[in-house]
Each structure stands twice: as C-alpha cells, then as structure tokens.
Ligand binder design. Structure first.
Ligand SMILES: [Zn+2]
Length: 208
C-alpha cells in the first residue's frame, strides 16, 4: 500500500511514496493494536470534537479513496465527492463550513487520470440526472487546450487536458463564487490548490 506525506500539503509539487513499516507477525497482536488504536481515536473524537486540517474536493471514482491515498485517518480530512470534482453550491457551502466554522486550513480540488466523468463530458453523454453533471463539466471540455487529435474520450491527451482544465476551473470558481473562501485565502488563513492524482502511479501532483 502506498503511503503519502500529508505534511507536504502546505507546499506545491509532487508527493513521493514512503515506506510503510512491515506489521508484526501474528494476527492476535495486530488485532490488539487495531482495537487499541480504534479506542484511542474514539476517545479523542468524543473528547475534543473534530479538527480536520484540510478539505479535499474529489471525484467519485472508487480508485481515488482520499483518506487512504493520503494516509489519513478518522477526523483528519473533510472529503467532498462528486463525479468530475466540480463544485456545485452544496459543496461550496460545505467547504465554507469546513474552513470558516471548523477551521480547516487547506482546500484541495483533486482531479485524476482516466476520469470516467470527464470522458463522458468529452463525448457529451446524456443519461438521466447525470446529464446535469455533464453540463457542469462542459466548459472545461470547451476551454481545454488542443493537444492535437480528436476532441473525444478516445484521445487520452485531450482527456487529460480537459481534466486539468476542470481542476483549474473549479479552483477559480471557488474563489469567484464564495466571497467567504476568497477572503479567507486573501487574508492568508487558508490556501486553495488544485491537484491531479495519477491512478497508474499513485502520485499526486499539485497544479500551480
Ligand atoms: Zn473521475
């Protein structure tokens, strides 16, 4: 399992995998340690409330389990998920709560490679309520730089360009649509950044 240094969240650049220590042999010992850790977490949460240090706005994709890929546990992160990691008003309000009320210091918009939602938007998919999601992603399809080749999901370079454009649009949209978050950032109380998760390598790269 890959482990990532969440402490790198305050800076920009790539996160490198770290080595996880090998568990001690013996299922009994491991189970005891797991129970102890679980009780410690529970006691801590009940006694002190919750103090997550970051909000991650992520895609719904099952290959991008946010707490696991950043090696974070209970109470460490607010995670808001929607296919295509855009930021509708519900998630914008949730992010305002997470920062202004609950004190999280970092907002990360996390896109990923091989995103099915982005591919669907590239092909103008229409399916029930999913069509609303596709419409929300369409501006990124229209604005993505031309990497050459056809502008459909068959073109991996185009899909990647749309995915990165969508992350940048989402970050910009958060600043435009939320005076609360914009003010928090301008006063240095929070940071809002975009990032890309490569599902093939497990690497997270921040987008300037
Ligand atoms: Zn996705």
């Amino acid at each position: 399992m890959r482990v990532y240094e969440m402490s790198a969240a305050a800076g920009l650049g790539s996160w490198k995998p770290a080595e996880r220590p090998t568990p001690e042999p013996g299922r009994g010992q491991v189970l005891v340690r797991l129970r102890a850790a679980s009780l410690n977490y529970r006691d801590l949460l009940i006694a002190q409330g919750q103090y997550p240090f970051a909000v991650v706005l992520s895609c719904l994709d099952s290959r991008q389990p946010v707490e696991i890929l950043f090696d974070q546990g209970i109470g460490d992160l607010f995670v808001a998920r929607v296919a295509g990691n855009y930021c509708p008003v519900d998630l914008l309000g949730s992010t305002e709560f997470a920062t202004k009320v609950a004190g999280a210091k970092l907002v990360v918009v996390l896109g990923h490679t091989e995103c099915g939602a982005i591919k669907g938007a590239c092909d103008n998919v229409q399916l029930g309520n999913l069509t609303t999601v596709m419409h929300a992603l369409q501006p990124a399809v229209d604005e993505a730089p031309d990497p050459g080749g056809e502008r459909t999901s068959k073109n991996k370079k185009f899909v990647l360009a749309v995915t990165e454009t969508n992350v940048r649009r989402t970050v910009a949209g958060i600043r435009v649509n939320s005076p609360i978050l914009r003010d928090l950032e301008q006063s240095g109380q929070i940071k809002i950044v975009g990032a890309m998760y490569d599902i093939a390598t497990g690497e997270v790269t921040f987008i300037q």
